[in-house]
Every structure is written in structure tokens, then in C-alpha cells.
Design a protein around this ligand. Structure first.
Ligand code: GUN
Ligand code: ZN
Length: 431
């Protein structure tokens, strides 16, 4: 008989979307919960005592009060090659790209360095409870092989793609319209659907692609519509003005993608802070997803994403660190920043909404919600077990909490990798 694993403890369960339904109707904590896993898949979610009685052969791990069994965190927009330059001081977007990002991405021309950074990045993010990321790579095809190979070695579900740039980037970090098409096609044929790997066609953003390159990638996406397409949109005002100069006939920033076939329900637009009404309407009509990167938006000084307004329009939104424009690898810290940006806009998110965004919401934006993001029968068993009293400062506040939500909120606001008690990937506990 296949080995069964039973995890017992307070368990987070979602039955709907707390961005459009009252959160207390659709987010639940089963105090005496149990999650039964077999062959990497969740087989049952029920009362722990009942599951223990029904499955006496299962190997049991019990997490006590003061913990929470959550879906593994899903980080919907990262640049793994920027791991080593995270938290670089004082530049706005275009300056920051030229001063820190491009020189570091150049270093990944060395395949050994790309392997080292991919390994370092996945180890760091797993320490923080993140089990799936959607990552940009560099222009070098081997940087894509590096992250998919490192994820496969850990059994992780992952989304990634070769970053394409054929202008406004230094010599050595530019491809061409044709090579971007050819390399991306070869990589997606190698990796998309290989185990838990998922490919995203990845033009970096309109300023670093010629119209020819955007058209070539639009044609590739039309050939492989099952893949995702990820890029950046309207992050900073200077960037938007630059796009206007580079694409004088475009109606707006989104139009630079739209006219080249780079919009659709599998499109993922990172940042999307300064949107015009037409852009919001088109995003709604096409079903494209937006990814909120709050620590990056405050760190690089980009602006305040309108989570409440955009989700009210029915737009799927994910949450992300945007490593290394973001200042943390932690999705807890990212939820805290999303809360703070909500406060500045007068629309603070509840702890239940924040944790949903960091798991199910991000999974949905990546079209991975059939596999991950919730603790439900049939889903892959990627789990993050939180310790809600991980430091003396958090523990003394949690001791005053009236309910689990107050306690979880303290960990969201003050927690880091020390709050991650255990990580399970496809039913295997990370050593
Ligand atoms: N826009 C284009 N490239 C990048 C990047 O690497 N990081 C961020 N934050 N914005 C970008
Ligand atoms: Zn980014």
C-alpha cells in the first residue's frame, strides 16, 4: 500500500474568493484539522481525530496550537537572477536597472554562476515558505535551464521564462527578434509540462524590446497559447513617458503589447500601478492578471497599486516580492507591505485576504490553481506550516490575541523565515 502522511493541526481552508465575497464566509480555520497526503496529492481534508481513526497506518505529524497549516506561498513575479543585488540603495527604476540589475544579469552569462544563483534563490525562498515562483530569467537560455533544473531537483512547481531584450540594454544582454523567438521556442518545448515546470514567454518590458521583437513573441504565444506571457506594465511615471516616446502611435502602454498579440487571459502584467481607464477596461475584457509587488513599489518609489479597485472590477490579482526590486524574499513581509499600501489608499486588507492573495490568489493569476494554492482534495501537497509565536516579540503579542486572525496578522506584520516551521513539497517534508 502507498505510504500515507497525515498532518494534524489548525488548518487554513478556502471556499471562495475573499476579494469579492465577505472573507469570513469563504476563509476558514479548522482548529482540529487534518490533511491526508498520498503520492504527493492531498487525499482528504477533515477532522484530525477522524482521519487518525480511518487511516491508522498513516505516518502522523502533529502541529499544535499556535501553528497554522497553510498552502505553500506562491510568489507570482520574481527575478531570480537579481538575488545577489537585493536591497541596493537609492535608485529609481531605470537608473536601478542600469546601475545594479544589468551588470548582475550579465554575470549569469557564466552557466556555473547561473546554477549557483538558481540554487541559492530556491533555497532562500523555501526557507521563507515559498513553494512556487514565477521567475524572469536572463537573456541567456542556460539561465532558464538553471532554474527549471534546480526546481525539478527539489520537486517544485515553477513558472519561468527567458527574458527577451533587443534594445536599450548593454552589449552582452541583448538578443534579437529572431533569436528571442528561436530560443524561447526551444526552451518552452524542452520545459513546458516537463514534470511540474510551466513556461512563460517573457518580453522584459516595452522599452527593451523593438516592435519586431514584441511581434515575434506575440506570434510564438499564438503558436503555444497554453503558455503564460509575463511582462511589466506602468510601474513608474518616467517609464511610461519613455514608452510614449518609443511607441508614438500607441494609445497607451498596454497598447504596445496589445497590437503585438501580447494580451489575453494568460497574460501576467507586473506592477500595473498607473493605469488609464482604457487599459483597465481592456484588462477586464481580456481576463489578463495583474501582479502586485508592494515591497518593490515602496522600495523603488513606484506608487500605490489599487488592489481594492482592480479586484472589485473582477481582475485576477496575484502577490509578489519582485526580487530583487523588492526588498525581501518573504511573502509575509510582502503581505505586510500590501497591508500598508492598502492603508495609504484607505482600503486595508484583512489578514485572511492577505494570506489568500499570497497563496490561492497568486496561484490563480498563474493559472496553477488546479494544482496548488489551496488545501483541498486533489491538490498537490505543497504546504507551509507557520509558527505564530516565532520570536519573543511576536509571541508576547500573540498571547493577547482574541482569535487566530489577530495572531496571524501579527506574524504577517512582524514575521520572517523564523515563522516558517516546516515546508512540504509534493508531500515530502523539506529537511
Ligand atoms: N521593469 C523592467 N525590468 C524590471 C525589473 O527587473 N524590475 C522591476 N522592478 N521593474 C522592471
Ligand atoms: Zn519585475
Amino acid at each position: 500500500m502507498t505510504q500515507q502522511t497525515l498532518l494534524c493541526g489548525p488548518t487554513l481552508r478556502f471556499t471562495g474568493d475573499p476579494m469579492i465575497q465577505p472573507w469570513h464566509d469563504v476563509i476558514h480555520v479548522d482548529t482540529n484539522g487534518g490533511v491526508l497526503i498520498e503520492g504527493g496529492i492531498i487525499k482528504a481534508v477533515a477532522d484530525a481525530d477522524r482521519l487518525r481513526a480511518d487511516h491508522p497506518q498513516a505516518s502522523v505529524t502533529t502541529y499544535g496550537d499556535g501553528t497554522l497549516i497553510c498552502p505553500g506561498f506562491v510568489d507570482a513575479h520574481v527575478h531570480y537572477p537579481q538575488t545577489a543585488i537585493i536591497a541596493s540603495w537609492g535608485k529609481r527604476l531605470i537608473d536601478w536597472l542600469n546601475s545594479y540589475t544589468f551588470p548582475e544579469e550579465m554575470r549569469l552569462s557564466d552557466p556555473d554562476y547561473a546554477d549557483e544563483i538558481a540554487t541559492r534563490y530556491l533555497d532562500l525562498t523555501l526557507d521563507h515558505g515559498t513553494t512556487t515562483v514565477a521567475s524572469y530569467c536572463t537573456i541567456h537560455p542556460h539561465s532558464v535551464d538553471a532554474i527549471f533544473t534546480a526546481a525539478a531537483a527539489r520537486g517544485q512547481r515553477i513558472v519561468a521564462g527567458k527574458t527577451c531584450m533587443d534594445r536599450n540594454a548593454p552589449e552582452g544582454l541583448r538578443d534579437t527578434a529572431q533569436s528571442a523567438y528561436d530560443d524561447s521556442k526551444a526552451l518552452l518545448e524542452r520545459w513546458h509540462g516537463n514534470g511540474r515546470a510551466f513556461y512563460a514567454i517573457t518580453p522584459r518590458f516595452s522599452p527593451t524590446s523593438t516592435p519586431d521583437q514584441l511581434a515575434a513573441l506575440g506570434a510564438l504565444w499564438a503558436e503555444f497559447p497554453e503558455c503564460l506571457m509575463q511582462t511589466h506594465l506602468s510601474e513608474q511615471l518616467d517609464e511610461i513617458a519613455w514608452v510614449r516616446d518609443l511607441y508614438p502611435s500607441a494609445r497607451d502602454y498596454l497598447d504596445t503589447y496589445e497590437v503585438h498579440g501580447l494580451i489575453g487571459d494568460r497574460a501576467l502584467f507586473g506592477h500595473a500601478i498607473h493605469l488609464d481607464p482604457r487599459e483597465i477596461d481592456r484588462i477586464c475584457e481580456t481576463g489578463a492578471a495583474l501582479v502586485h509587488c508592494p515591497t518593490s513599489n515602496t522600495f523603488i518609489g513606484s506608487g500605490l497599486f489599487d488592489m481594492a479597485g482592480l479586484t472589485a472590477r473582477g481582475i485576477p490579482c496575484g502577490l509578489a516580492t519582485d526580487t530583487g526590486g523588492g526588498s525581501s524574499f518573504s511573502m509575509l513581509r510582502t503581505m505586510a507591505a500590501a497591508y500598508e499600501i492598502g492603508q495609504l489608499r484607505g482600503t486595508p486588507l484583512h489578514a485572511a485576504q492577505l494570506i489568500w492573495l499570497a497563496t490561492a490568489g497568486s496561484a490563480r493569476s498563474l493559472h496553477q490553481h488546479g494544482h496548488i494554492g489551496t488545501i483541498e482534495v486533489g491538490k498537490e501537497a505543497d504546504l507551509c506550516i507557520l509558527n505564530l509565536a516565532s520570536t519573543p516579540a511576536i509571541a508576547q503579542r500573540a498571547a493577547q490575541a482574541h482569535d487566530i486572525w489577530e495572531s496571524l496578522f501579527t506574524t504577517i506584520m512582524m514575521g520572517d523565515d523564523r515563522a516558517v516551521r516546516d515546508v512540504w513539497i509534493a508531500g515530502n517534508r523539506r529537511a
